[in-house]
Design a protein around this ligand. Structure first.
Ligand SMILES: Nc1ncnc2c1ncn2[C@@H]1O[C@H](COP(=O)(O)OP(=O)(O)OP(=O)(O)O)[C@@H](O)[C@H]1O
Length: 343
């Protein structure tokens, strides 16, 4: 059996190493052994969100797995026969649904399947579900990945209770992605939501973001507001620029004591900061594209070369040898596929 050995504390040393490594194990059929999982984090080892991502991939690929427990710092994953399945993931409390999808989507792109995941849709340190749907999936769509996502209910920290469902078709036409600098902004769009909170929270977030964007750009700004119910209160906003190429995003979450206007401006400022660099890919999308770019090929300019991006490149190259070239230009740079991996 071919084993790929991964040091889980390398580079960024977080959960993303696991998600990418186990997804690639399913795609390639190679077994993977990950040691020193999140060794330098204050709470080392697998957290429930990471474990659930791994269990979802276990189910998809009928894998044999050792070390799949919360707190485990070593994992062995031996994929079996993968086939399209309906995967249900019940994250207790507010574990991040989008991070589970970060593990599941690349693998499902090769196999096909559908999913239903409950947990947190808008939680700190992870892509808000609207970002995943409107920024990440948009970019993946340009590469030929066909994935649909429906947000059934919001879930926030600490109670969760959000629900997302969707499906992915087997990736047939892999289209290389070439995206350097944006040339024109057609419009700005966004979604501002409030859950178990008054409607004015969503409206004030949207208004503040719109006003901030309009101080800098002439393009139309259209931010939807959404008010809904779930297990607990929460709010957030995602805004994105629709350019002549990809979409760049900015997002922020509400917190008790943080005025809605501050939340709206934070999301807008993050987006405006990315746009200043002229790069076609924002700093979060950059790392998320890496596993897909390896197969589709292409070249992108990113607003920031983050540790997450470099670590994801490293994981991909543990499986396939040299694939990427990364050239820094200021805080951003160019990521180029120099040897595309056969899917
Ligand atoms: N505000 C945000 N908007 C969009 N994407 C985000 C945002 N914050 C984080 N992300 C994305 O979420 C992912 C976080 O990966 P990371 O490995 O840090 O997560 P983790 O599993 O929580 O790990 P750990 O707890 O070990 O740090 C990255 O892909 C990053 O781009």
């Amino acid at each position: 059996m071919v084993w790929v050995e991964i040091d889980g504390s390398y580079g960024e040393g977080g959960g993303q190493i696991l998600r990418t490594a186990v997804a690639l194990s399913v795609i390639t059929g190679k077994a993977v052994r990950i040691t020193r999982i999140r060794a330098n984090r204050p709470n080392p080892g697998l957290r429930p969100q990471h474990l659930h991502g791994i269990l979802a991939l276990k189910e998809l690929s009928n894998a044999r797995v050792k070390g799949a427990q919360v707190g485990s710092t070593e994992l062995e994953f031996i994929p079996g026969e993968a086939k399209p399945r309906h995967i249900r993931v019940p994250l207790s409390t507010a574990g991040s649904i989008t991070l589970v999808l970060q593990a599941l989507l690349p693998a499902m792109a090769f196999i096909g399947g559908s999913f239903e995941i409950t947990g947190g849709t808008d939680v700190p340190w992870s892509p808000p579900v609207d970002y995943l749907k409107h920024v990440t999936l948009f970019a993946l769509g340009k590469m030929g990945v066909k994935a649909e996502l429906e947000i059934k209910r919001r879930g926030h920290y600490p109670k969760g209770g959000g629900a997302v469902a969707g499906k992915v078709e087997p990736w047939e036409e892999m289209k290389p992605l070439f995206a350097f600098e944006w040339g024109k902004i057609e419009r700005f769009s966004g979604i501002s939501h409030a859950t178990n909170l008054p409607a004015h929270v969503a409206e004030r977030q949207a208004k503040a973001a719109k006003e901030r964007i309009e101080e800098h750009y002439n393009a139309p700004v259209d931010i939807e507001t959404e008010v809904s119910g779930s297990l607990g209160p929460g709010s957030g906003i995602v805004v994105w620029a629709e350019t002549d190429g990809l979409r760049l995003g900015g997002d922020a979450l509400g917190e008790r004591g943080k005025p809605a206007e501050v939340v709206g401006r934070e999301a807008a400022d993050e987006l405006l900061d990315q746009l200043k660099t002229r790069a076609a890919v924002d700093k979060f999308l950059g790392d998320q594209l890496i596993p897909f770019l390896a197969f589709a090929g292409g070249e992108v300019k990113v607003a920031e070369i983050t540790n997450h991006l470099l670590t994801n490149v490293w994981v991909v190259e543990r499986f396939f040898g040299k694939v990427f070239e990364v050239e820094r230009e200021g805080r951003g740079g160019v990521v180029r596929v120099i040897r595309r991996v056969d899917g």
